[in-house]
Write a protein that binds this ligand. Structure first.
Ligand SMILES: [Zn+2]
Length: 326
């Protein structure tokens, strides 16, 4: 009896050794993240207009309506304006903390660490990327290179094109911004495939410009179709990269605010259509919370979860969101 037990114990040890050995032979694929903000597209518009690329991404993961703007009537209430929305995403907090209430003339409170500072601090070896039609995202909102924002830097930067009047001469109704979005998404797709930065932000602006000019209109619908093609390019870059390398890519596409119900031209208030955004993702590890109206501030902890980053207590205690990824 005693001998049999020893024999069993030895067998168990042997199988554990074998399991351990095979786990060492196949390390877990490296987690990578790219999140895309496409500007000012209400949920009802993204759901009505044909968006085959976003549909294909969500088919392997999920799509859900979500909210922005924070808890109405409390200190966390946040205007449904672009920069406050981006800041809520990249800091996981509402405006009473990140202190961004408008697009210009702002003083972000850098004490609330953005995702890139968190990644740089917790995993210094990660490569950080930004592909953006608005340079202020990097220089002002994230505070790249500023001592008071932690003095960290991106490894891959594609922005400033909207200020390059030689390459993108000003056109009526800012139509050159569509070309900038094209260039930004092409470069994002190319550099994601060739360099595979670990955490990237892509920002595409043109949909918001069209909506401010035309409101709810065939022009806005067409801009959404064009945006979807740009997201499709980025998705192709991710898939090509994933085929060539043992990497586990998380792609999240969202918007920063909806628009007013009457015309679709404006935003900034707390009406249902202005507050209702959406999130599409390829993640196959979504929790039920993803389908129960998540908030834009939930994206930050979800990305940290995917990257395997443990958020330090001094950052975690300020977060207003929770992860929708297991
Ligand atoms: Zn916006």
């Amino acid at each position: 009896m005693l001998n049999l037990r020893r024999h069993r114990a030895a067998l168990i040890c042997l199988s554990l050794l074998l399991l351990h050995g095979s786990a060492q032979a196949e390390p877990a694929p490296s987690p990578k993240v790219v999140f895309v903000i496409v500007d000012g597209i209400p949920a009802d518009v993204i759901e009505r207009v044909p968006t085959p690329a976003i549909d294909a991404i969500a088919a392997g993961g999920g799509y859900s309506r979500a909210t922005v703007g924070g808890p109405v009537g409390t200190s966390g209430e946040t205007p449904t304006i672009s920069a406050p929305g981006y800041m809520s995403l990249v800091t996981g907090t509402w405006a009473n903390k990140h202190n961004v209430y408008d697009n210009y003339g702002i003083s972000p409170d850098y004490d609330y660490w953005n995702l890139f500072r968190l990644a740089r601090d917790q995993k210094p070896e990660l490569r950080l990327g930004i592909f953006s039609t608005w340079t202020d995202n990097r220089t002002v909102l994230l505070g790249e290179g500023l001592a008071e924002a932690g003095n960290w830097r991106f490894d891959v930067v594609v922005d400033g094109l909207e200020e390059d009047e030689t390459r993108f001469p000003p056109q009526p109704l800012d139509a050159q911004i569509a070309d900038v979005d094209d260039a930004v998404s092409r470069e994002a797709a190319r550099l994601i495939e060739s360099e595979g930065p670990d955490v990237s932000w892509v920002y595409l602006q043109y949909t918001d410009d069209v909506a401010h000019e035309h409101g709810d209109s065939p022009e806005l619908d067409q801009a959404v179709v064009d945006m979807d093609a740009r997201v499709g390019l980025i998705w192709s870059g991710v898939r090509a990269r994933q085929k060539a390398f043992d990497e586990d890519w998380l792609l999240i596409i969202t918007t920063d605010h909806g628009r007013d119900a009457e015309t679709g031209r404006d935003h900034g208030g707390q009406t249902e259509r202005e507050r209702t955004i959406w999130i599409a993702t390829n993640s196959q590890r979504l929790t039920p919370d993803f389908h129960a109206m998540p908030e834009i501030v939930d994206i930050y902890p979800s990305i940290a979860t995917h990257l395997g980053i443990t958020i330090p207590e001094q950052v975690a205690r300020h977060l207003d969101g929770a992860s929708f990824i297991q």
